[in-house]
Write a protein that binds this ligand. Structure first.
Ligand SMILES: Nc1ncnc2c1ncn2[C@@H]1O[C@H](COP(=O)(O)OP(=O)(O)OP(=O)(O)O)[C@@H](O)[C@H]1O
Ligand SMILES: [Mg+2]
Length: 975
């Protein structure tokens, strides 16, 4: 025997509960109360209990299933049926209250929960908790009573997407965050989906932050984060962000129009930018650890490249956070256009057209909202022509209602969605159209009071206009902001403006936003102003804001973006003076960004402009000249030529003293690299009198330290090193302190003050690290590693090279990268890891390309030969030996030569000429080696194992005389 309630009794939770729930109506034998037999009545009651509780179980399961798909009408209906059987059922009460709240019945929802709480009484603490929590969330919720405009069709057909989102939220609540992007054509319902999801999500313990990109954001660096950070900072938990991060975040979102000079740390753009990025993560982390965070980024196809970079870094990071990132986009892979190719953990979902049933449901709902009864022919016509695009469907329905139908083919099909919208807009009263246009021009800055100012209309007229627009579902308001409901609408409204009136609107929008620029958190307004003035055709004002935007980009470590803006700004300049000023800013941005080739071209323009202004000044020695030389050096132009030009600067009596000393500093460094002893002496002789001039002492000390350590008098080098540190400490400029500590540390090593070298180097590193001066930190750490390597303290050396390596990914200067790779290769060789050493050598060679200063070339070749010998036993070719020999002659007067000559000895030994090697070593240690630091152990080993003809003892080998006196003769032998 079977009965219709059997499937109910058999239903399991995961099974066909929804289907069974839909098939089940009423309870067990409703109204049947037999009196003929007491046992039978008892049996019926028992059966009723069993069946009713099974029905309840099935219905509760169905409620959960419907909830997870966001089908709230069904939830409300099924919950109502449960409550009919069991008026105090907890699940049904909560679900019903949620559904009511989502359908705009916040008051009823709260009343229902209050009733329930009263019924269960004050004592049932644990049972009260879920209802009390829900009550509080509904009361606090912001979005639920601001549903989409009343003119919008009821939400339909996206159950799968909603359930995916709810599942992702569940995981995020448990600390497994993720990111997803919903993409699809305009009007397909991306925004609506995100909106419906957040409405439901509010019932959980979450905080929701939403931002939307617009078309001009593509040019605004970090636009998404400039917009989202102020919102995040207002959330509980933000206070947990470190003070250091707070500082960087303020820098990202605030802008002081009075600051025009770049802050010193902008020179370390990559590190600055990395700090900003890190701070954004720190903030998200702080907020999300308070409460699960839902970030909604809309229309990411309009995001700039820098924002995408952070997003791509954030996606895998979210996996262990209580945060969910939901993005919407019109294209499937918006990030690709911005140079990001791989985002494996981003979940992408194509929002396809609604199916027939959903389309029909949408239309029925919409037509009911509009006109009461559904017109069958109209609904069918729309469904057939709307292609499942919700926006198109609704516009078609409205169009059909307006037009009315005649006969069987009554409805005229408009050419496109754009035409449809345009037709709808044409029906607006002129003032309403103007309001819509003003909303469109102001974009996300379209606040009520701004609209009033821009339009200068009587309030009463504005009210009428708002009413008309709202009734037609053309605008949407979230409190202070009044926005055009859809981008397609904005475009259609703007298309109706003449060029002149569009400019006028932009003009007033810019004027209104200018007020914001002076307030904190004004970076976004700054960019908007620039954009509006450009659109308004007000070149002078646009230029002023573009320059401020560029300045701000430099301040957040994005000099390349700043340069792009300034290139645009140059085009807007009117006078030559203005042009020269903007080009100057461009030069600075290009220099910070390391765009040396472009920098050379721009400097050439600047020179031409100066010349056209004043034909006398073609050959002036100024900062630009030194920049040209720096750029030439960085773009691998012949260093000898650069040295010659620097020498001319030093010698020029028409140049300023500062220019000459700067040129001398450069020339000394280059002289060291190129082993140009005689020429460097000449430079030093000329510049000597200027090195102690007031204001030039710091530069002067640097020249003296380098010159005297490499070519001159060791005692002067030592004094200068100590004096330079003192002077720098007085300046309190961390960059200067780091530089002088670093140069002194290198000098001390060579002068034999090993512990001074280590103390100074360690301090330099600590300051550089704290101040995020990455390039300096990397160089210092690398030099420390080298110092320990020469002392055979390999553990320490490894620790320091790891520190240097940490900064490497953000380094731009190839020679700095080369130095770290070279140290690592030496270390790998020292520990016998030849494969690693070879790989590092190869990488180092790639970084430097063909051009290498003589000293680097000598180190490179010497290690290469030793590596080959040690790993394969293969002797070097005669060409290689000769090459190394030549390099040895060229560089033996320079510091740090021990490792080179060890390689040279090994080469000569391998080709059967150990005596020649011994002789060269003897010569080196007795005549050319200028360092007071101890010989390296490798060199000592060779010397011990050889009988030297010249009978040089190890003690004698140390260069104890003041080398300055004998240097010239050494130099002569060298040449
Ligand atoms: N599933 C849906 N059910 C009912 N109405 C919907 C649905 N999806 C979208 N709509 C309605 O269609 C219109 C357009 O939707 P929406 O703004 O979400 O599109 P979009 O995909 O975000 O477009 P765009 O790419 O231009 O931003 C809105 O009025 C919205 O309420
Ligand atoms: Mg949208």
């Amino acid at each position: 025997m079977t009965a219709d309630h059997f499937p109910i009794l058999d239903a399991t939770e995961g099974g066909r509960v929804v289907e069974i729930a839909e098939e089940t109506s009423g309870t067990f034998l409703p109204g049947y109360a037999p009196t003929f037999s007491a046992p039978f009545a008892e049996w019926i009651d028992r059966q009723r209990d069993i069946v009713d509780s099974a029905i309840r179980r099935v219905l509760v399961g169905a409620v959960a299933a419907k909830k997870s798909r966001g089908e709230w009408s069904a939830v409300e209906a099924i919950a109502g049926r449960i409550l009919a059987i069991d008026p105090l059922n907890e699940e049904a009460t909560l679900a019903s209250a949620q559904a009511m709240a989502l359908h705009g019945g916040k008051v009823q929802a709260l009343a229902m929960l209050d009733r329930y709480l009263k019924e269960i009484g004050p004592d049932a603490r644990e049972i009260r908790l879920p209802a009390s929590v829900l009550r509080r969330r509904i009361a606090d919720a912001q979005h639920i009573d601001r549903s989409h405009p009343v003119t919008d069709p009821p939400f339909t057909g996206r159950a799968e997407e909603v359930s995916e989102l709810l599942h992702a939220l569940e995981l995020a609540l448990g600390g497994q965050g993720s990111a997803c992007v919903f993409w699809g054509e305009p009007g397909m319902g991306k925004t609506r989906l995100a909106h419906e999801f957040t409405r439901v999500a509010q019932f959980e313990r979450v905080q929701i932050v939403r931002i939307g990109a617009q078309s001009n954001d593509e040019r605004r660096p970090l636009s998404a984060f400039v917009d989202v950070v102020p919102k995040l900072l207002n959330l509980p938990g933000a206070i947990g962000c470190s003070p250091d991060s707070m500082q960087y975040l303020r820098r990202l979102i605030e802008h002081n129009t009075k600051d025009t000079m770049p802050t010193p740390d902008t020179r370390e753009a990559a590190f600055l930018y990395a700090s900003i990025r890190r701070s954004v993560f720190d903030l998200i982390d702080a907020v999300a650890s308070e409460k699960c965070l839902i970030l909604i980024f809309e229309d990411v196809h309009w995001l700039d490249a820098a924002s995408w970079e952070i997003i791509s870094e954030a996606i895998p990071w979210l996996a262990t956070r209580r945060a969910l990132l939901v993005m919407t986009s019109r294209v499937p892979d918006a990030e690709r256009k911005k140079g990001i190719t791989e985002l494996p953990s981003l979940h992408r979902r194509h929002l396809r057209p609604l199916g027939d049933t959903a389309s029909r449901k949408l239309l029925d709902g919409l037509l009911q909202l509009r006109g009461g009864a559904v017109r069958e022919d109209l609904a069918e016509w729309c469904a057939a022509t709307g292609g499942g695009n919700p926006y198109y469907l609704s516009e078609l329905a409205l169009h059909g209602l307006r037009e009315g139908g005649s006969g069987s083919h009554g409805y005229r099909l408009p050419a496109s969605l754009a035409t449809l919208i345009s037709e709808r807009i044409s029906l607006l009263r002129p003032i309403s159209l103007r309001v819509l246009q003003a909303c469109a021009v102001l974009g996300k800055n379209s606040m009520l009071e701004r609209l009033e100012t821009v339009l200068q209309q009587r309030r009463i007229d504005l009210l009428d206009a708002f009413e008309e627009l709202e009734n037609h579902g053309l605008i949407i308001s979230d409190g202070a902001r009044v926005q055009s409901k859809h981008d397609l609408l904005s475009q259609a409204a703007l298309a109706r403006l003449t060029g002149l009136s569009l400019r006028l609107l932009h003009h007033h929008a810019a004027l209104v936003l200018e007020d914001d620029v002076d307030r904190p958190q004004s970076v976004a307004a700054l960019w908007e102003c620039a954009e509006h003035w450009l659109q308004a055709g007000e070149v002078g004002r646009a230029l002023r804001f573009l320059r401020s935007c560029a300045h701000q980009a430099v301040e957040i470590g994005l000099p390349t973006e700043a340069a792009e803006l300034l290139e645009k700004a140059v085009e807007l300049t009117g006078t030559t003076k203005e042009r020269i000023e903007v080009l100057g800013e461009l030069v600075s941005a290009l220099r910070i960004g390391g765009q040396w080739h472009r920098l050379l071209a721009v400097l050439d323009d600047v020179l031409q402009l100066h010349f056209s202004e004043n034909s006398q000044c073609q050959n002036i020695h100024d900062d630009n000249e030194l920049l040209v030389l720096e750029a030439s050096y960085r773009t691998s132009q012949d260093p000898m030529q650069i040295f010659i030009r620097l020498k001319a600067c030093v010698a020029s009596s028409s140049a300023s003293s500062e220019h000459r000393v700067r040129a001398a500093l450069w020339a000394t460094m280059l002289g060291d690299n190129l082993a140009l002893a005689a020429d460097t002496h000449e430079v030093y002789d000329q510049i000597g009198p200027y090195l102690e001039m007031a204001g030039l002492e710091a530069l002067g000390h640097q020249v003296k330290i380098i010159y005297h350590t490499v070519f001159g008098d060791y005692d002067v080098a030592e004094c200068s090193a100590r004096a330079s540190v003192l002077l720098a400490r007085q300046s309190k400029n961390p960059e200067m302190v780091v530089r002088s500590l670093f140069h002194s540390s290198v000098a001390f090593r060579m002068l034999g003050f090993s512990s001074d070298a280590i103390i100074h180097g360690t301090e330099a590193y600590e300051i550089a690290e704290k101040q995020h001066l990455g390039t300096a930190a990397c160089s210092v750490a690398n030099t420390m590693a080298w110092t320990y390597l020469l002392r055979d303290e390999l553990v320490r050396a490894n620790e320091w090279v790891d520190r240097a390596n940490h900064w490497l990914p953000l380094l731009q200067d190839p020679s700095a990268i080369y130095n770290v790779l070279a140290t690592r290769a030496h270390l790998a060789f020292s520990r016998g890891d030849y494969a690693d050493a070879s790989w590092l050598q190869e990488k180092a060679r790639q970084v430097m390309g063909k051009r290498m200063p003589a000293r680097s070339e000598a180190h490179f070749l010497s290690l290469g030969i030793q590596l080959k010998l040690a790993s394969t036993g293969e002797a070097p070719s005669s060409i290689e030996v000769q090459q190394l020999l030549n390099l040895h002659y060229q560089t033996r007067i320079l510091p740090d030569h021990d490792t080179i000559i060890v390689g040279l000895y090994a080469s000569l030994d391998a080709v059967g000429q150990p005596e020649k090697g011994s002789m060269l070593i003897a010569d080196y240690v007795s005549r050319y080696r200028r360092e007071r630091s101890p010989l390296t152990s490798a060199l000592k080993r060779i010397m011990k194992s050889n009988v030297f003809n010249s009978a040089i003892s190890l003690e004698d080998a140390q260069w104890r005389k003041n080398p300055a006196t004998t240097l010239k003769s050494a130099d002569e032998t060298n040449s």
